[in-house]
Design a protein around this ligand. Structure first.
Ligand SMILES: O=P(O)(O)OC[C@H]1O[C@](O)(CO)[C@@H](O)[C@@H]1O
Ligand SMILES: [Fe+2]
Length: 170
């Protein structure tokens, strides 16, 4: 089908987003953390179109921090997005422009509306691959500055064997 795409994100491409740099250095940079399959039925940047995709995040952690997506907000700031979880357990970590950070629990059947201007990242807190579908405007684009720069102001860490959403000073 024209416009079908896929990509895989390996640990080596996620340097700087996990807090435990020492644990990160001890891991194989070729380890796949997540894959995305998506359809661009119209060219990127087209106003009024939609993209549709499936993301699968592997279970795992760097030190005590669960595997997660890089995270972004949209380059065209007011563009929103839907997520829907199909398999697994996780947390959708969100951060608005005022610096407020919060999360929504992801589990099979959970639906999530991400408003424009809100940065978003998904964390797999379970023992199996976390899968979710996403639908976003074809002109939204990606701005990765938030994760590489100031961060999300929050981290999801394993504490006493359970996921804990922890606000940080980042
Ligand atoms: O772009 P990132 O932060 O690696 O996250 C990937 C996610 O972003 C999207 O491309 C759109 O939000 C999803 O398809 C995918 O789940
Ligand atoms: Fe997005």
């Amino acid at each position: 089908m024209p416009g079908l795409r896929s990509s895989e994100k390996k640990l080596g491409q996620l340097s700087g987003i996990f807090r435990d740099a020492q644990a990160f250095r001890g891991m194989d940079p070729d380890t796949i953390v997540y894959r995305v399959w998506w359809w661009e039925p119209v060219p990127g940047g087209t106003e009024g179109g939609l993209f549709w995709g499936l993301t699968e995040i592997q279970p795992g952690s760097v030190g005590d921090e669960y595997y997660m997506t890089h995270g972004h907000r949209h380059a065209v700031l007011d563009r929103a997005e839907f997520y829907g979880t199909t398999v697994g357990e996780g947390m959708l970590v969100l951060r608005d422009e005022s610096g407020r950070s919060w999360f929504e629990a992801m589990k099979p059947g959970s639906l999530h509306y991400i408003s424009g201007r809100v940065a978003h990242r998904v964390v797999n807190t379970g023992d199996v691959p976390l899968r979710f579908v996403a639908c976003w405007p074809s002109d939204a684009g990606h701005d990765y500055q938030i994760a590489g720069g100031k961060g999300f102001g929050a981290r999801v860490l394993r504490q006493n064997g359970k996921p804990s959403f922890t606000l940080t000073e980042e």
